[in-house]
Design a protein around this ligand. Structure first.
Ligand code: ATP
Ligand code: MG
Length: 193
């Protein structure tokens, strides 16, 4: 298995670059944001709870989010065999600790964390632009600001956490999509050796 975390602020391009990474490396993409939005669309019990946090720009509580991810991994044994790209998880230190425990149970680990580093004005610009046709309840100016605050407070510390473990690969996430992907590929190929 080859497992990657794609990491970065909201609007940093995690989803976009994940699509390219899965094509190149044959990994299974797990976007926790998409899993939650799917529950919201289907009107499940989890969807109702998730919606109450997402629409305010808040994180789903760790305990619940960790259960959702554990459940997803159990339900998709075939899909995850070759490896996974985790997009939007972990977003907190407790989630990162839970992820390594979950992967240990599958006799594997996180092999690399790809950190997309994007200027704050560019993040806001992209999310406002996306909000025009994404229909996403959280891509509006007020919620974007809240999401960025939450990112700085709860998620950004993971950068040091994974740097300390020697797993963090910083990528300049500003600018041209092809150049960003070329940089990602170069660090993943190093991490795979
Ligand atoms: P990007 O634009 O880079 O794809 P994003 O932050 O805009 O990222 P998602 O990753 O789709 O969007 O997440 C949307 C929302 O879902 C988050 O703001 C949060 O409320 C909730 N969410 C997703 N993953 C988690 C998680 N691991 N823990 C808690 N809440 C989560
Ligand atoms: Mg996303």
């Amino acid at each position: 298995m080859f497992n990657i975390v794609i990491f970065g602020a909201p609007g940093s391009g995690k989803g976009t670059q994940s699509e390219r990474i899965i094509k190149e490396y044959g990994l299974h993409h797990i976007s926790t944001g998409e899993v939650l939005r799917d529950h919201i669309a289907r009107g499940t019990e989890l969807g109702k709870i998730a919606d109450s946090y997402i629409s305010k720009g808040q994180l789903i509580p760790d305990e619940l989010m960790i259960r959702v991810l554990a459940h997803y991994l159990e339900e998709h044994p075939e899909e995850i065999k070759e490896g996974v790209i985790f997009d939007g998880f972990p977003r907190t230190i407790p989630q990162a600790e839970a992820l390594s425990e979950l992967l240990e149970r599958h006799n594997t680990k996180v092999h690399a964390v790809v950190g997309l580093e994007v200027d704050e004005e560019e993040l806001v610009r992209r999310m406002i632009l996306r909000g025009k046709d994404s229909g996403r309840a959280d891509d509006n100016p007020e919620t974007i600001k809240k999401r960025l605050d939450v990112y700085h407070k709860s998620t950004a510390p993971l950068r040091d956490y994974y740097t300390g473990k020697g797993q963090y690969h910083a990528i300049d996430g500003n600018g041209d999509l092809d150049r960003i992907f070329a940089d990602i590929r170069a660090s993943l190929d190093k991490a795979r050796m």
